[in-house]
Design a protein. Sequence first.
Length: 680
Amino acid sequence: MVSTTPAVPVTLAEIARLAGVGRAAVSNWRRRHESFPARIGGTDVSPQFSLTEIEAWLRDNGKLKKAAEREWLWPQFEALGGRDATGFAIAAAGRLMSGDAHGPVGIHLSAEARELAQKAANLGRREGPSDAFEFLLRRWLDANVRQISTTPEPLAALMVDLAQGVRLGADAGGHGDIHTVLDPGCGTGHLLAAAAAAHAPVTLLGCDRDPVLAALADARLALLSRTAEGSITADVRSADSLRADPLADVRADVVLCNPPFNERDWGYEELATDARWVHGMPPRTEPELAWVQHCVARLEPGGAAVVLLPPAVASRRAGRRIRGSLLRSGLLRAVVALPPGCAAPHSVSLQLWVLYMPRFGSGPQGSGELLLVDAASRFPRTSAHDAVPDWGALAAFVRSALGAAGQPGERADTRPQFVTSLPVIDLLDDEVDLTPGRHITPPPSAVGSQRAESWKEFDRLVAALGDTGGHLSSLEFAGGEAGAQPTTTVGELARAEALTLRGGQQPTEGTVCEGRPADDGVPLLTVPDLLMDGEPHGWLTRADAEATAAVLAQPGDVIVVGVARAFAAWVHDGPPTALGPQLYALTVHPDQLDAWFLAGSLRAPANARQAGTHASSSSRVDVRKLQVRQIGLAEQRRYGEVFRQVADFEKTVRQLHTLGTGLVRDLADELAAGRMTAEA
C-alpha cells in the first residue's frame, strides 16, 4: 500500500545540521553519490529533499551521526503548514508532556498533527519534557521572529526584580510576599516564566488575544507547574484584555506587561466610558497608556506593576494629562530608560515604568518624587552593531538605582550617577515630559572622561588625515585627453569571466529581522540603509538566507549601488552580508583584476552619469555599462593602492565631521551652563 502522507521537505542546510556536518559536505555527497535522493521541491539553487529518504540514505551510507531526536522532529512540525498549525501542534505536545492526556482544550488538530504531538511527547519522556518543549518553542519563535515579539529572559528577570523591589521599598509591610502574578498580554509566557523562577509557590495568570500564543504560554506554564511539583498554578486565557478581559475580577500582587506598541485599533470607541480610565480616557494615539491604566486597575493594594513601553509615551503631548494624574496620585514611582537593543524594536531606547498601588490606610501616596534612571546614557551604543550592554552590569545598575535612590533620608550626593529623583511638582508643567535623559545631566567625571577620549580620537584622526592628505596632494596631473585610453565595461568583464556579477534581491516577506544579528544571522544591507547611515539595520537567519538563495557579499567583493542618489562602489571588508535590491556584488578573479582598482574606477561620478538611466522618477545606474580602463595588472595594483587611500581619506573626513560636530555641541552646552572655565 502506497502512503499518501506528504513527504516532509528538508534543505541542504537542514540535512547538514541533522548529519552534524557542514553544508559543503552535503553538497559533496550529492555530487559524488548517484544514490543520493533526488530533490522533491525547491529550486536548483535551493533544493528540497524528502526527510524520510534522507534519513534512510544517511543510515545506509554510514553517515547518520548521533544527533538529538528533536533535530529530526522539528522539520516534521514545520511541514504541518503555516504559523498557527505548527504553533498549536507544539502547544498540544507541551500539554501532553505536562501529563494532560487530552492536550489543551479548544485546539483542533489534524490527525497528522495529533500523531506528531504524541511523538514529541514521547520524545519529552526520553530527553526531558521541558528541554524538548523549549527546543520546539525556540524553533517556532525563530521561524516567526518578524511577527512575534518576545521579552528577552534577562529583561524579564529584571522586571520581576523591580516589581519585588518597589513592594519591599514601599509600604508592603516589609515582607513583600508575592502570591499572584498577572500578565494581561502574555505572548508565549516569558514574563510569567521569569516570575515562576523567582517566586514559587505562586499563581500565574495570563491572557493573550492570539490563541496560538495563549496555547503555547498555557503549555509552557503547565510544564513549569509539573516541574515545580504543584508549587506553581497557572491559568492562561485567550482573549483581548482591553476589550473583554476574562480576568476582570482578579487583583494581583504583581502585574508585568510588554504590551503591543503603536496599535490604533485597540478599542478606543467601545471603551470610551470604561471604569479603568481613572486617570483619563487614553487618546486614540496612546494605546500604551490604556495598557498602563489596565495594569494599575488589576493591582491588589500593596501591589506593583512594571510595564515595558516605547520612549514616546513619556513625552507625547496627547498623553500629558494621564501622565500628570499618575504622578499626582503617587502611582508612578520610577521611569527607567534602557539602552537600545534590550528588546524589540532593537533600535529604540525602551523604558520601564514602575508603578505601585499603596495599601489602604498607609498614609500619603508616594514620596512626592519620581525616580528617573538613565541607563541608556550609562551604557551607550556607538553604532547599530554594538552588542547589547552586558546584562549583568545593566541589571545591577538598575537594581541599585531603584534600591538606593528615592528612599527616606537618602541624599542627592549619594545617588548613583545617571540617576535622579525629582519632586512631582517640578514635572507638572505643560509637557509633563518624563524622559530620564531630559532631566539628568551626565556627571562631570563622565563628561570630562568622554571629552578627553573624544579629543584624543580627534587628534588621531587629524594626524591620519594629514598623512593621507599629504600623500594624495602630491599626486601630479598626468595630462592627456579624456577617452584616449581603451576601456571595457562590467558586462564585458563578466562575459570574459574576469569577474562574477550577482544582483541582490528583495528578501522573502517575513524573513527580515530587526536589530543586531543573532550568532548565526546574516546582516542585510539595503539602499534605504545606505541613505540613512550606511549600516545594515536588518538581518536574515542563516537558514532563511540559504533557503532563499540570498546574494552574499564576501570580504574582498566589490559592492556597487545601482541607484543614482546613493551611487557608490567599495571593497567589502566586513562579514558576509546579504544584499537587497539594486545592490550588486562583483567577485573579481585576482589574476585578472585588482578589486580596489575596479571599485575606484566604477565609483567615478562621470562613470555613473554615463551609465545612468532616467526611465522613472528614481534614476538607476546600469551596472553592466559602468566602464573600466584597460591596463595591466601591475598598473591596476598601483592605482588600486591610491584608490584605497582615497577611500581611507573619505572615511576619515566623515569621522572627523561627526566627531567635531559632537564636540562643538558639547562644548557649547558646557560653556553656556558655566560648567567649564573660560580660561585658555
